[in-house]
Ligand binder design. Structure first.
Ligand code: GLA
Length: 384
């Protein structure tokens, strides 16, 4: 179910004069560790969160699509399925929708015309994957409406391809895959090469706290794509198609001739992959000081080697880290250049952490934080 369902149904009815035939719910995500490793065929450890996107859908006779985004001032978009689908500069949200249709059509699926309404509460631009939730929810809704019977892995791959080919962000598979396959109470260790999934419970002593820095994220796609190109450059230097195939020993001995920026990026990825594996072990043995160390190392590496944090994010992490000490961990989460930090901490530290942030973050940065408490949630679901 979803607390957003009544509003979605009411809006659907008033705009389209009927109830939706199907409603799908797809979650956002937070990544606990393993950043910018997914497109390097590496390891990640995300979980789905309770923030989610809801999609209502109903078939229509004509081969056209009419879609309304309730959270974008009920703006709507119409396009035909009879010809090529172009991207729209004026309505950025609509390109996620158009991209999913274009990708399904390119793969040879035949799609009926339909009306769609979209709403959600995943904070946008916060690095919690509101776009993946939209893509995954829409692919699932179209699968139901058209009887496509798409599996979860395929749903994720189509969502990612829409973003790669239509929206123009060369993202990896993590966000879409966790939005599709999340499991209540579990983080999921994902091998982004084999797509093997290993559900891991977060140690019982730890709660999950997410703090939005509210840093305006600019130029994210271009910086993101640049990082990806630098990783590919480093892999090519070592004669490999992906950094997954470069060992730390081979990296250390083969550095000569590699551009130093690409070398820093690659070092982050290689060590971050190892940290994900170590984190999975620390989860299993409930080794909380080790979890804290790994998260701190990951943050420093994103700051100094991958260079995707901002001064505000670093200040936020420092404030939280000081309160948590060795009783948990904190790091930036997601693609970077703003967004959220994620902390794993004992319940009794939630309040002191919130107080410290309230006292210090705005003074240090001029920005006011937003705090979210969450638990790992299930992946995409057909509500009806
Ligand atoms: C974004 C991308 C993901 C992943 C992360 C960084 O969220 O969509 O594929 O690369 O950044 O870990």
């Amino acid at each position: 179910m979803s607390e957003l369902l009544p509003a979605l149904e009411a809006a659907f009815n008033s705009r389209y004069g009927c109830a939706p035939q199907h409603v799908v719910r797809a979650p956002g995500r937070v990544n606990l560790i393993g950043e910018h490793t997914d497109y390097n065929d590496g390891f990640v450890l995300p979980c789905a969160v309770h923030y989610h996107t809801l999609i209502g859908i109903h078939p229509r006779e004509e081969a056209i699509v009419d879609v309304t985004a309730l959270d974008w001032g009920a703006e709507s978009d119409q396009f035909t399925l009879a010809g090529p689908i172009a991207s729209l500069e004026s309505k950025p949200w609509a390109n996620y929708v158009r991209g999913v249709f274009a990708e399904l059509l390119a793969r040879g699926y035949s799609l009926r015309g339909c009306t769609i309404a979209i709403t959600g509460n995943v904070p946008q631009g916060a690095g919690l994957s509101s776009s993946a939730a939209l893509e995954v929810g829409l692919v699932k809704a179209l699968s139901e409406l058209n009887g496509l019977q798409l599996g979860l892995e395929e749903i994720a791959a189509i969502g990612q391809a829409a973003e790669n080919n239509f929206v123009g962000c060369a993202c990896g598979i993590m966000d879409q895959l966790i939005s599709a396959t999340g499991r209540e109470g579990y983080a999921i260790a994902i091998d982004c090469r084999s797509l093997a999934l290993k559900p891991l419970p977060i140690p019982r002593a730890l709660a999950l706290l997410i703090v939005n820095s509210n840093v305006q994220r600019g130029l994210v796609d271009s910086e993101y794509n640049l990082r990806r190109a630098q990783c590919e450059e480093a892999a090519a230097h070592f004669g490999k198609s992906s950094l997954r195939d470069v060992s730390l020993a081979a990296f250390d001995s083969g550095l000569s001739g590699l551009n130093p920026v690409a070398a820093r990026r690659a070092k982050h990825v290689l060590e971050e992959n190892q940290r994900v594996l170590d984190m999975a072990q620390a989860f299993e043995s409930e080794d909380i000081p080790r979890i804290g160390q790994l998260m701190a190392q990951s943050h420093r590496s994103m700051r100094d080697l991958f260079e995707i944090t901002t001064p505000e994010i670093d200040a936020l992490v420092d404030i939280v880290q000081r309160v948590i000490g060795e009783r948990g961990g904190v790091r930036m989460t997601g693609g970077g250049f703003g967004g959220c930090v994620v902390a794993l901490l004992p319940e009794d530290l939630i309040e002191p952490v919130q107080t410290a942030i309230a006292d210090e973050y705005e003074v240090a940065t001029g920005l006011k934080e937003t705090v979210y408490l969450s638990r790992p949630q299930a992946g995409v679901q057909l509500i009806y």
